[in-house]
Design a protein around this ligand. Structure first.
Ligand code: MBD
Ligand code: FE
Length: 277
């Protein structure tokens, strides 16, 4: 079928079995996506077996809870970020820490700490890592009382909650910035995440000739009343996948310098000594 015939068919679909006006936006989006799919099926001569294999694949991915992993893996989540960047640029907004993808592994309800936090439960091996910074408003002034939600993987690349061998909210904290807008946390160095072996995402990536690894990273939501919420991450500069992230999350400005310090006294001076809570 050509595009004209497809449009006529879609007209018929839209005027058959009608019970009411429906939802205008949903109707527009569904019609457009259907049209693009039909055109692709024609252009690529997609065979019925291929269509049903694709549908079964999506059903299986959904049942395994992997749709939220396929979206970053095919670059759609990064595309959404680039579109938000463009919208902000058009609105004349610029500067600040770049955004990047959230991914599928955030869990709400992490313990809230004032100013500083220890994120690990003390049960894990791994290199101690300390990070600190300042939250600034669009005016560049430090913001007290801003919320910094941080979450990351353990030394094996696994996230608590999804990895049920870890304690609840391990490596997940909400830190409220102090009077000078500062936050600080002590944790353990994460390992890069990899997609679950044998899963739907890996299956697709194999067929695309791609790997499913991310560089080591720490996620952040930064928010405060009356301000846009920032979703971002930092990446660990020494990771071999730093610029070869299967989810396309690494961005210029999100790779802070990592200073290593083997001197325990210096670490003590830097560290957050608060017990895990
Ligand atoms: C992750 O840890 C992640 O951050 C993203 C974006 C996708 C999959 C796993
Ligand atoms: Fe992640």
């Amino acid at each position: 079928m050509n595009a004209q015939q497809i449009d006529a068919l879609l007209d018929r679909f839209e005027t058959t079995g009608v019970t009411g006006p429906g939802h205008a936006r949903v109707k527009t989006v569904v019609r457009r996506l259907l049209r693009d799919l039909m055109l692709a099926m024609e252009d690529l001569d997609i065979q019925p077996e291929e269509f049903w294999a694709g549908l079964n694949y999506l059903g299986q991915a959904g049942a395994r809870g992997e749709l939220g992993l396929i979206v970053p893996g095919i670059g759609l989540e990064h595309f959404i970020d680039l579109r938000m960047d463009e919208a902000e640029a058009r609105a004349g907004l610029k500067g600040g820490t770049p955004r990047t993808i959230e991914g599928p592994l955030y869990v709400a309800g992490a313990p809230v700490c004032q100013g500083e936090a220890r994120m690990d439960d003390g049960m894990l091996p791994g290199e101690v890592v300390v990070m600190s910074g300042v939250v600034r408003g669009a005016d560049g002034k430090p913001m007290a009382g801003a919320k910094v939600e941080a979450w990351h993987a353990n030394h094996l690349g696994n996230y608590s909650y999804f990895d049920t061998t870890q304690s609840a909210f391990n490596l997940r904290r909400t830190i409220v910035t102090d009077a000078n807008g500062r936050y600080k946390f002590r944790s353990i160095m994460p390992l890069g995440y990899s997609v679950p072996p044998g899963g739907s995402t890996e299956q697709l990536l194999n067929l695309l000739g791609r790997h499913g690894h991310r560089p080591a990273h720490i996620h952040f939501f930064v928010s405060a009343p009356g301000h846009r919420k920032l979703t971002t991450q930092i990446n660990i500069e020494s990771d071999p996948h730093l610029w070869d992230d299967f989810a396309f999350g690494t961005r210029e400005g999100l790779v802070p310098p990592v200073r290593t310090n083997a001197d325990p006294a210096a670490m003590q001076a830097l560290g957050v000594d608060k017990p895990f809570h």
